[in-house]
Design a protein around this ligand. Structure first.
Ligand code: MF3
Ligand code: CO
Ligand code: CO
Length: 273
């Protein structure tokens, strides 16, 4: 594995993992806070009858007012400020004009670029009063992400992260999505390394101080298979089972991990009321 000081390397170079310094951590903290505060705003707005297009507009306004730019606008042809993934949608749901319904579970994923740094985070939202089995999936997915993050420290591996997530999810008879993963992030939105949310302890890339990446497990109530809808973005569970996801952007410190996208308002997982 190649590691390089992040320095001026602003393009993705295959197999090269950037080691960031204190200025990058400061920049990422700022970008992460904007994205997280934006998700706090969504917690007040997401309710039955509201459309995801309305939420997306509010997300755009919030990020711009915070001095940022939504990273997803014009990203690989994407046109929106967020992804809004409901119920059986695994990820990359496109905001639309359908009103949210009582009982929906929804992931909102926002990436804010602030001073060139990308803060990437997502949370689940309970719309009205979802059934217990949906709320359980949401709870287990949050805990799975946090267990993955808790495995992060110098000398640990990406496989340790994936194993912690997979072991917890499968102990609850859920499955871990294979087709999407976490990623290095910084001045580049999607960079090396890939962070798989399943795996074997001690496998994969050895973590080092200065690495910055996301942990963003997608957990399905049924089987792990996904399929892509004809819009080219929306990924849904093959078996139509419910899916949930949370995402934090984190940095490896000398002794462990910094989470850049913790909620300023303490709204890290639902219920938010
Ligand atoms: N924010 C997503 C991630 O966690 C990426 C969304 S790309 C988009 O990596 F184009 F679908 F918005
Ligand atoms: Co994201
Ligand atoms: Co991400």
């Amino acid at each position: 594995m190649n590691y390089v000081p992040a320095g001026t390397l602003t393009t993705r170079t295959a197999g090269t993992i950037k080691l960031h310094g204190p200025e990058a951590f400061e920049g990422m903290r700022k970008a992460g806070r904007v994205a997280a505060a934006c998700l706090d705003m969504v917690a007040k707005e997401a309710a039955p009858g509201v459309t995801t297009a309305e939420l997306d507009r509010k997300i755009y306004d919030f990020v711009i007012a915070s001095g940022g730019i939504p990273a997803t606008i014009y990203y690989r042809g994407y046109r929106h400020s967020s992804c809004t993934s409901l119920n059986e949608v695994v990820c990359h749901g496109i905001p639309n004009d359908k009103p949210l319904r009582d009982g929906d579970i929804m992931n909102v994923d926002v990436t804010a670029i602030v001073d060139g740094w990308h803060g990437d985070t997502s949370r689940m939202y309970l719309i009205g009063d979802p059934p217990l089995k949906a709320r359980r999936l949401v709870d287990v997915t949050y805990e799975a992400m946090m267990r993955g993050i808790a495995a992060v420290k110098p000398g640990a591996t990406t496989g340790d992260i994936g194993h912690a997530i997979q072991a917890y999810a499968e102990a609850h008879s859920y499955s871990v999505v294979r087709d999407f993963c976490g990623h290095g992030v910084g001045r580049i939105f999607h960079d090396a390394p890939n962070i798989l949310h399943y795996g074997r302890p001690s496998s994969g890339v050895v973590l080092r101080e200065g690495m910055i990446f996301t942990v963003e497990p997608m957990i399905n109530a049924g089987k792990h298979g996904v399929k892509l809808k004809s819009d080219g973005w929306t990924a849904v569970t093959k078996d139509r089972s419910l899916s949930a996801q949370f995402e934090h952007t984190v940095g490896v410190t000398a002794t462990g991990v910094d989470i850049f996208t913790t909620s300023p308002a303490g709204l890290n997982k639902p219920p938010y009321a």
